[in-house]
Design a protein around this ligand. Sequence first.
Ligand SMILES: [Zn+2]
Length: 340
Amino acid sequence: MTIEQFIQTLPKVELHVHLEGAIRPETLLKLARRHHVALPADSLEGLKQWYVFRDFPHFAEVYQTLSKCLRTVDDIELITRDFLRGQAEQNIRHTEATFTALTHYRNYGLPFDQQLAAINRAREWGERELNTSLLVILDIPREYAAPEEALQLVQWLAAEQPAGVAALGLGGYEVGFPVEKYQAAFELAYQTGLPAILHAGETAGPASIWSALQVGRSVRIGHGVRCLEDAALVQYLRDQQIPLEVCPSSNVCLRVVKDLASHPLPQLLAEGLYVTINTDDPPMFNTTLNEEFAKIVRQFGLTRDDLQQFVLNALCAARLPNERKLKLEKELIENFAQRA
Ligand SMILES: [Zn+2]
């Protein structure tokens, strides 16, 4: 079995991917035509080229255009189904995807409960028809959400305790937008028993990770790769075995690192940190989870056992109910044993 075949058939778990950022050009074209939105390109081929990552402003433009095409709850159901189809095709058995409900509430007034109901319809379909499960992390977009808007989202979560939600998130550009701004929202989430999973240590350094842990009480860290700049933080993350959601291609595209060869993945592993491998916004970074696995094998000479360990790490760090987690763990271990 080639390494590509091994990766394709390996049952996997993904913890850091954005539902909006995973919209494929085909789906965007469908949405734009549905709502008569003019896109920079009108053909699939042209749109695929426009998708290719150039720089941060272009990336932000693509993201905004995507969000503007999400106008109805049916659109949300459509992208979630399309996403789950893509995950199932890669043999991903469970995903925890970030979704920015606040953006769609703000853009088109879509109520939180209707957005989540649309996701839950797709989620149940995915579990039933595709044997792939999903939980969402509803995040606060830190560049533009006011503290009151963030609090409103958490108040709704606290009151409704809706199914399908794994955690409260904090996404976006860290520099200038610290977690402290949303302290009240994270405090309420904590009191409600809702876990928090924050992006930190990507565009900003160790101080942002410390804040995510201390102020946000983050149970995992989205990215976290810049922890290596602070020895005390590395020790803390190792002692507590706080899972890091590492997204190699995203880090290269967004210039967190110069290229894949300079990615700190080997150092993170050498430090004994808890590492999972993820895609972030796969079509924009021209990747998939399978390709991320293949790239790190080629670049760093990782073994098939290492890849299986990443999958188990992701599963153990998932926010699934214990019963489902143990069942999936058993399936994975049996599957790994058959391949040995
Ligand atoms: Zn992200």
